[in-house]
Design a protein around this ligand. Structure first.
Ligand code: FMN
Length: 347
């Protein structure tokens, strides 16, 4: 515990991208994590659940962006994530925006970024998956993105057989062109095209919407289109657009604990509009077992987190699972499906 806090504190003094690269370097070495995993990785049957038919050890997954190039899959599995959303990988390699493009606000447990999809590209990612040992690997969802429907179809075609499902990111605040898929007709055309290329679960990662009637109506319309076009689920939501002159392009996405309230509001809005017709992953501000409980109670099937891994450290998932179990016990709840069944089973 003391060592963990000490290391986390040291990492927080480094420039954020250096700290991220250092963490990545550690996590690319599988052996120490496999050894540690034997002690920390505990199956708690009460937390078992599923996403779109894929069995999960718990409702806590890793959000996209932490393992952009699918290089840490085995170590992240040992950290006890129930599933890993790897990527976002682009079809072709690209460098992303110039630095500074990552800022940490430790006080607010927040992260600001304008990375702009740095990616080693699909070929690198496929090689990376092929060289990962498959033993005890958590289910992988591959996050893809792009503004061209043909590119997205090809990305899906090349990646789908290596993963349990595909998440399509139409919501990064750092790529203006992605807004093309906030238009219902274009969104429908894109999902139908990608759906044609795989039978694996297809999840659409949505942008956040404000609590204003015009934004709510537009967001509900987008989810209607997702369902009608053949998507199986939605991830709600991506980081929130923010202006900040410290970032190289003057704006970016905000992640972290401050997002929880709006995540719960959006999940609840979609669940009450669509009942059990869609799987929902709550993403944004999930830090504790209580947060996971609240998200499931609002109608989510699973949760995804990124910032909590940065601020609570590599053993965050073990702690969150224990907290969730304690909360379930105090509420007299035996299993995960009992938390959200009322909202997801009845229409
Ligand atoms: C540095 C950084 C990079 C990210 N990259 C991606 C990405 O490539 N694709 C994506 O869909 N989301 C990306 N995200 C957004 C996260 O997946 C998540 O939606 C957001 O951080 C909110 O969750 P959190 O509050 O648990 O961090 C990124 C977030 C951060 C902080």
């Amino acid at each position: 515990m003391l060592y963990r806090d000490l290391i986390l504190r040291q990492l927080q003094f480094l420039p954020p991208e250096t700290a991220q690269n250092l963490a990545e370097l550690f996590l690319r070495h599988e052996t120490p994590w496999i050894l540690l995993g034997k002690f920390f990785n505990k199956d708690i049957s009460e937390l078992n659940t599923e996403i779109c038919g894929v069995p999960l050890s718990s409702p806590i997954g890793l959000a996209a962006g932490f393992d952009k190039d699918f290089r840490m899959l085995r170590s992240l599995s040992e950290l006890d994530f129930a599933y890993i959303t790897a990527g976002t990988v682009m079809l072709h390699p690209q460098p992303g925006h110039s630095k500074p493009r990552l800022i940490r606000d430790v006080e607010r447990k927040a992260i600001l970024n304008c990375l702009g999809f740095p990616s080693k590209g699909m070929e690198f990612v496929i090689n990376s998956i092929n060289s990962t040992s498959k033993n005890r690997l958590a289910p992988i969802f591959g996050s893809i993105s792009g503004t061209d429907i043909g590119d997205l179809k090809e990305s899906c075609m090349r990646l789908a057989s290596f993963v349990s499902g595909i998440e399509i990111n139409i919501s990064s605040p750092n790529t203006a062109g992605l807004k093309t898929f906030h238009d219902p007709i274009r969104l429908s055309e894109m999902i139908t095209g990608v759906r044609d290329k795989t039978e694996k679960p297809l999840i659409i990662k949505l942008p956040p919407h404000k609590n204003e009637s015009n934004e709510i109506d537009a967001a509900v319309k987008l989810v209607e289109v997702c369902i009608d076009s053949g998507a199986d689920g939605i991830t709600v939501a991506n980081s929130h657009p923010i202006k900040d002159s410290r970032l190289s392009v003057g704006e970016g996405g905000l992640s972290g604990s401050g997002l929880l309230e709006s995540t719960l509001r959006m999940v609840s809005c979609f669940r009450s509009n669509f009942g059990p017709r869609i799987t929902i992953n709550a993403c944004g501000g999930i830090f504790t077992g209580d947060d996971v409980f609240s998200a499931l109670n609002a109608g989510a099937n699973t949760t995804q987190l990124y910032s909590a891994l940065v601020y609570r450290g590599p053993f965050a998932i073990g702690h969150i699972k224990k907290e969730l179990l304690m909360r379930m016990k105090s509420e007299g709840i035996q299993k995960i499906s009992d938390i959200n069944s009322i909202k997801t089973i009845s229409d």
